[in-house]
Design a protein around this ligand. Structure first.
Ligand SMILES: Nc1ncnc2c1ncn2[C@@H]1O[C@H](COP(=O)(O)OP(=O)(O)OP(=O)(O)O)[C@@H](O)[C@H]1O
Ligand SMILES: [Mg+2]
Length: 353
């Protein structure tokens, strides 16, 4: 994808998006509703035309707005899975899955074996003769996925394929999809606004906002090293505070001097916004730069506890493996190494603003 722009009348859906997907790679577009994720997928699929830019697949230019060239969707070696279970209700599971093969004129003898393989891959063998109304939602989505992989497309596009499933099934399917990708060596472009999904499955994540890519990297890179306040917020940083840059690698925030990684050009003594992940705090002894506060709320999450802690009228969200205490208890906290990031941006988080 090279310099993709897309305008719907006055709406700028994409304002210059460039990225590459390697063979066998799992790339995720992560971003809030309306940031342009589906528009990218639709352009790659060939069902939407970019206003400007080029798309190249396997060395072949499939979109070139300069040359006015656009390869139709059916000749692009890809398939797409949608959020809604797009299976044909009047066809059995086997017929649904065989559809792309019939379309590609694969001989009948080979078809049956390929359908069996695809159904086995999504653990739906034994369901071949059922109709979609005889399946659960999760099973229908598996059929849709089997259909998308049966012809072994060069690229698989998935637009929030798990968001209609319940939480438990979503987690199971997340692992199944990743297993399929690894076992079959599939190249995937995956769309989600669920950061947990993106972190769990991707080789590389593109964090998007307002029609552009804010940041690109491995899940660890984008989670641990957000390059903008918007990216930090989108990756689950809930604590952001206005502060000042006290010196190199030191910020003054919440009335204390704390170590922080500084992103952007901030002048010493100048304003910064400090972001701290909920899991960036550790219990500490009082005194020094320790943060003293009072617990407002403790929430048990299963593997961890979330605490809402009042620090001089400011609320911190703090996640720890052990319970820090109950409502009304006093706590003192320190920062885990490299937990705080200071952005040379105003707290409103408008990039460049
Ligand atoms: N056919 C269209 N006509 C006008 N505006 C459109 C059209 N399709 C998309 N848009 C606009 O383009 C922007 C990007 O839409 P897109 O569907 O790509 O977002 P998205 O990131 O997939 O969001 P979601 O997570 O809600 O699915 C939105 O502002 C949307 O309203
Ligand atoms: Mg969408």
């Amino acid at each position: 994808m090279d310099g993709l722009e897309k305008y719907f009348g006055p709406v700028a859906a994409l304002t210059g998006v460039s990225f590459t997907i390697g063979t066998g790679e799992f790339v995720t577009l992560l971003g809030p509703s309306g940031c342009g994720k589906s528009t990218i997928l639709r352009i790659v699929a060939g069902i939407e035309e970019p206003s400007r830019g080029a798309v190249t697949a396997g060395g072949e230019v499939v979109n070139d707005t300069e040359a006015g060239r656009m390869t139709p969707p059916e000749t692009r070696d890809l398939s797409m899975v949608f959020q809604s279970y797009a299976v044909w209700p009047h066809m059995t599971v086997a017929k649904n899955v065989a559809f792309p093969l019939r379309y590609r004129k694969v001989p009948r003898r080979e078809r049956a074996a390929m359908v069996d393989d695809a159904l086995r891959a999504v653990r739906m063998d034994g369901f071949a003769d059922r109709y979609p109304h005889q399946l659960s939602g999760g099973q229908q989505q598996r059929v849709a996925i089997a259909r998308s992989i049966v012809a072994r497309p060069g690229l698989l596009l998935l637009d929030e394929p798990l968001s209609n499933l319940d939480a438990r099934l979503r987690e199971d399917m997340r692992i199944e999809l990743k297993r399929l990708q690894l076992e079959l060596g599939l190249t995937m472009l995956y769309v989600t606004h669920d950061q947990a999904e993106a972190l769990a499955m991707s080789d590389r994540i593109l964090v998007m906002d307002h029609g552009r890519v804010l940041q690109e990297g491995t899940p660890e890179e984008v989670y641990r090293g957000p390059e903008s306040l918007a990216a930090a917020r989108f990756l689950g940083v809930k604590n952001t505070f206005g502060g000042t840059l006290a010196g190199p690698g030191t910020v003054e925030v919440l009335g204390r001097k704390l170590p922080a990684r500084v992103v952007g050009e901030a002048a010493t003594g100048g304003p910064v916004t400090v972001a701290i992940r909920p899991d960036g705090f550790v219990p500490a002894s009082p005194g020094g730069s320790a943060i003293a506060g009072e617990i407002r709320l403790t929430e048990f999450l299963g593997q961890a506890y979330d605490h809402e802690i009042d620090v001089d009228g400011v609320t911190l969200i703090v996640r720890t493996a052990e319970r820090l205490g109950d409502r009304g208890d006093a706590v003192t906290l320190g920062l885990a190494p490299s937990a705080a990031v200071a952005f040379a941006e105003p707290p409103e988080g408008e990039p460049g603003g």
